[in-house]
Design a protein around this ligand. Structure first.
Ligand code: FAD
Length: 746
């Protein structure tokens, strides 16, 4: 019998935080189950693929980072395909599909995906499947899930088209010269995710264990579970509840109004919650994702003392610097607590920064949460053991690797403290994997719901929107006992947090200042008490006792403050204009004012050094809640004005006047920075449109930056007497010229 050759295709990804990579890996894994060979590579591994000769379908999964930049591991690829010397038929032989990941809270949504797509098309490549643009601002899965579902039909279509093209005797006989470009039946909206789709005929319908199958609504609250409810993980749901060929399982349940736990305790569901669903979801058949194949072997070894190296922090670019001074900028009764930290970087000449740069702060997970996690995993006694991680011998995961950020010889305590983001929101693939380690049938069913298509709204409501952490999630599902390897496979690397420099070294040699709000994350279902942000909460605890309050006399010989690890992240474009005569406008409410303090300090030094030079006008739009509560850097800003460094300081207070109404241009007392911009629209437009000035926006990405952008569109439209589209094009041009710049976060 001749050996059958499996049809192949190529999957390429560009990924910053691992999201695009894990989607690409998922595709490669599912391909195997569908009898296809997927050749998976990262875009920067160009020795592993050859697009110049590739005839098989190519699937690109690319994310976008920063201000529309390609992820680091796609930079070279994007540069290559952007070369002007490439001819318009360079990729004529190529057929592709593309999934772009982005976030509409940021400028240049899916810019990297769009750039790759535009260049592929300019170079002659043909699309075999409609491009998906997934938006992290509303939930990536809204687009990703239906896109992935339609992908397989499209790949099959592209492969059979290729096969028939090969069989066709001559070019002239071919019914069609190009692949069928019509997108398969995919709807990129939430409606396509409703329960109706899950019962397609021909789809494997698999019952979970009988107890789970009889469950309609889940238990009323996790606290009603008793220890006797728990079953050992060995008897947890079995992998056979997986539809191998389709990668989904359709789990049928009936719909009684009460449900019984494995221990025979009956609960009546009163309201939906993290751990409890109501009809129709509790009665719905479910499409759950395929089980991610485990790929790591993890063992713990008692080797006496384990070197507690600071792992990733040992990199050359990471510096341990002392906190020199810590100041609380907001009044004690303010809603938010803003702190200014001054770092002494004088011993680190390579930390040279400029206003506009930001830098990373490396913070550990909270000790109490690490302890809780150790208990939760049943590994508290082994916390000082050395962790050994290796790839499973016969793992089925394409492109599997031991995470590179796990240094060898680290202790379990170190791993949970510095390497894994145990606060990260558990992804659906993780929930799916947890099902296999959950003893109680009711909890298993709820986990299946939360990772299913039908449970997408519940997942958003109870997990994603409240930013539930992996630890909080595990606490809510007490019968779930995942092995350590599962956490290492599914939790992302603990990322450092970036902060904008709020100083200039010209004014403060050897110092680096930054300002931040202590993030407060409220209590929610699954989180009985609110908690602070990881890094801002950690910093707050570190400096709390040595805090200085403005206006109060500083104690001499005040408490020595600790050191922290930081590394520089230069930003080459968010800089004041290089020509000092160019006017510029800064918009930075709240902590968004940070980089502009650096801009103005630098300007002041430049003016003193060169008083004869021409200096363009400077404008700052600042906003906060209360004049007397959270007006950050008030004295410093007013000082800049009195010394002529800052020509226009426009400040508004959103909560000082209860009668204040948001009425846009007609508002007499502006409430938010965008209202103030509108009140000054003629000056702003003059600077931007006629004097080649620059405009900088810094701060909250979710609301402020969007509102400012919309205001600018309206302003340009009025000033130039053009429609909205033309106004948007004008702003896009300003962005391209790097005259409209954003440094935003959310
Ligand atoms: P985390 O533990 O990471 O928690 C923050 C997350 O909690 C949010 O992303 C959100 O998912 C969630 N969350 C927050 N509030 C809620 C809520 N009410 N309900 C549910 N979930 C919630 N920040 C500054 O203060 N000053 C700066 O100068 C600054 N500069 C930055 C520069 C850049 C280039 C970037 C990318 C970010 C910058 N940030 C700045 C943001 C900063 O990096 C951190 O994200 C921020 O300080 C929070 O970190 P954390 O570890 O304390 O919070």
């Amino acid at each position: 019998m001749p050996c059958e050759v499996q049809p192949r295709f190529v999957v390429l990804y560009g990924s910053q935080k691992g999201q695009a990579q894990s989607i690409a890996e998922g595709i490669a894994e599912e391909a195997q189950e569908r009898g296809l060979v997927a050749e998976l590579s990262c875009l920067n591994q160009n020795e592993k693929y050859n697009l110049e000769k590739e005839k098989a379908p190519v699937v690109f999964i690319v994310s976008t980072t920063g201000d529309g930049e390609p992820p680091d591991n796609a930079l070279q690829f994007v540069k290559r395909i952007k070369q002007k010397t490439l001819s318009t038929d360079h990729y004529e032989h190529l057929c592709y599909a593309l999934l772009a990941l982005g976030d509409t809270n940021y400028a240049n949504f899916c810019n990297c995906g769009k750039t790759v797509e535009r260049r592929l098309q300019e170079l002659g490549a043909k699309q075999f499947y409609a491009t998906g643009y997934a938006d992290d601002g509303v939930g990536l899965e809204l687009v990703i899930d239906p896109w992935l579902e339609g992908l397989w039909k499209a790949i099959k279509g592209a492969l059979s088209k290729m096969a028939s093209d090969r069989i066709a005797p001559s070019r002239g006989d071919s019914p069609k010269e190009t692949p069928d470009l019509s997108a398969p039946d995919v709807e990129f909206n939430l409606l396509s995710l409703n329960g109706q789709q899950s019962c397609k005929s021909g789809r494997a319908s698999v019952d979970t264990d009988s107890k789970c199958a009889s469950v309609a609504s889940s238990f009323a609250s996790a606290t009603q579970m008793s220890i006797s409810d728990l079953r050992p993980p060995s008897s947890a749901g079995s992998p056979e509840s997986e539809s191998k060929s389709l990668g989904t399982a359709s789990v049928s349940t009936s719909a009684p109004e009460t449900k019984t736990t494995d221990a025979g305790v009956t609960h009546v569901a009163l309201a939906a919650s993290l751990t409890c669903s109501l009809p129709p979801l509790s009665e719905s058949p479910l499409n759950v994702p395929a089980l991610p194949p485990p790929y790591l072997d993890v063992s713990l070894q008692d080797v006496g003392t384990v070197e507690q190296i600071v792992g990733q922090l040992n990199k050359e670019s990471v510096h341990e610097v002392p906190i020199y001074r810590a100041v609380q900028l907001t009044r004690g009764d303010s809603v938010k607590t803003a702190l200014l930290l001054e770092l002494d970087i004088s011993a680190h000449p390579t930390m040279a920064y400029e206003p506009g740069d930001s830098f990373d702060v490396f913070c550990p997970n909270r000790a109490t949460e690490v302890e809780e996690m150790l208990h939760r995993l049943g590994l508290h006694d082994q916390r000082n053991h050395q962790v050994h991680i290796s790839l499973k011998k016969d793992h089925k995961k394409k492109g599997a690797q031991v995470p590179s950020y796990m240094s060898p010889n680290i202790s379990l305590l170190h791993l949970l403290t510095w390497c894994l983001e145990i606060r990260s929101v558990p992804k659906k693939a993780f929930l799916r994997a947890l099902v296999e380690h959950t003893g109680d049938g009711v909890q298993r069913r709820r986990l299946q719901e939360l990772c299913s298509k039908q449970g997408a709204a519940d997942y958003n409501l109870y997990v994603r929107d409240p930013s539930l952490s992996a630890l909080e999630f595990l606490t809510a599902f007490p019968s779930c006992s995942p092995p350590l390897s599962l956490l290492i496979e599914h939790l992302p690397k603990l990322q450092p947090r970036p902060y904008s420099a709020a100083s200039s070294t010209l004014k403060h040699p050897g110092k680096l200042h930054f300002v931040f709000n202590v993030v407060d994350i409220p209590a929610c279902n699954g989180r009985p008490a609110g908690r602070r942000g990881l890094c801002t909460g950690w910093l707050f605890d570190l400096i709390n006792r040595g805090l200085v309050f403005p206006g109060k006399v500083e104690r001499s010989g005040s408490l020595a403050l600790p050191k922290i690890h930081v590394s520089l992240r230069p930003n080459c474009s968010f800089r004041p204009p290089s020509d000092s005569s160019v006017p510029f406008i800064m918009v930075g409410p709240g902590t968004g004012v940070a980089p502009f303090i650096g801009f103005l300090q630098q300007r002041e030094e430049a003016r003193q050094e060169n008083p004869e030079a021409v200096f363009g006008e400077t404008w700052l739009f600042f906003g906060c809640r209360h004049r007397d509560g959270d007006y950050l850097f008030r004295e410093e800003l007013e000082g800049f004005v009195s010394r002529g460094v800052l020509n226009h300081l426009e400040v508004c207070f959103s909560r000082d006047d209860p009668a204040q109404e948001e009425v846009g241009a007609s508002v007499s007392r502006p409430r938010y920075v965008q209202h103030n911009l509108l009140l000054n629209s003629q000056n702003v437009a003059e600077i931007l449109l006629r004097q080649s000035g620059h405009l900088y926006v810094c701060g909250d990405a979710k609301n402020m930056a969007k509102d400012v952008n919309n205001t600018l569109v309206a302003m340009v439209s009025t000033e130039l007497q053009v429609d909205q589209l033309e106004a948007m094009k004008t702003l896009a041009k300003l962005r391209e010229e790097k005259r409209y710049l954003q440094d935003i976060w959310g």
